[in-house]
Ligand binder design. Sequence first.
Ligand SMILES: C[S@@+](CC[C@H](N)C(=O)[O-])C[C@H]1O[C@@H](n2cnc3c(N)ncnc32)[C@H](O)[C@@H]1O
Length: 217
Amino acid sequence: MPAAATAAEKMDTIYRRQRFIYDATRRYYLFGRDRLLGSLKPPLGGSVLEIGCGTARNLIRAAKRYPDARFHGLDVSEAMLRSARASVARHDLASRIALGCGDATAFQPAELFGRDGFDRVFISYALSMIPPWQDALKQAAACLTPRGELHIVDFGDFEQYPALLRRVQLAWLRRFSVVPIPGMQGKIEALAEEMGLSATAEKLYGGYAVKIRLQHR
Ligand SMILES: C[S@@+](CC[C@H](N)C(=O)[O-])C[C@H]1O[C@@H](n2cnc3c(N)ncnc32)[C@H](O)[C@@H]1O
């Protein structure tokens, strides 16, 4: 892959074939996603956006869990979105889940979805695939309604894991262009402070994952 490949080219290359086995395989290592969905709790009639929605696995589960809310999903990979569209249609949820193609670091929610703000925005295991992840986080926070919440789950620092296991895990993730953000919790808390947001973080499974919620003070 050329060094200057865009995020879209890079993700399409990774997921062109992976997308067919994505949901079946990722259930074994993308932990904490359902916990995040359980804590979303959008208001009645509320709007929810997932950034980096992949196959729409999370959106479909969330739409079934919160039948009054409207869902929106954004991904930079057209290949992933093909799987997402097919899956949403299979679950008969096309009227409640809108999908759009865009880069997490620079997208216009009004152009993609006809609205500027969302009551809940979430990012599940996508920040660790986005080198300028801080820009994605700021963009996500900018999409919140005044009472909105931004929920994040991603790989943690694996603190309680033996060093060898940690090295093997990180090397394996790199093969998929996944680079867990070292000290992610502290870095996100610092960014939240800069943006005037409060942050509530939870370490999951001995540091395997971190779940963070940001909201206006
Ligand atoms: C590991 S998958 C996670 C998918 C889904 N959120 C989940 O929890 O199953 C990461 C997703 O982020 C997308 N992604 C990576 N870089 C992106 C970017 N710059 N903008 C938008 N999406 C991006 C990828 O195409 C992929 O679908």
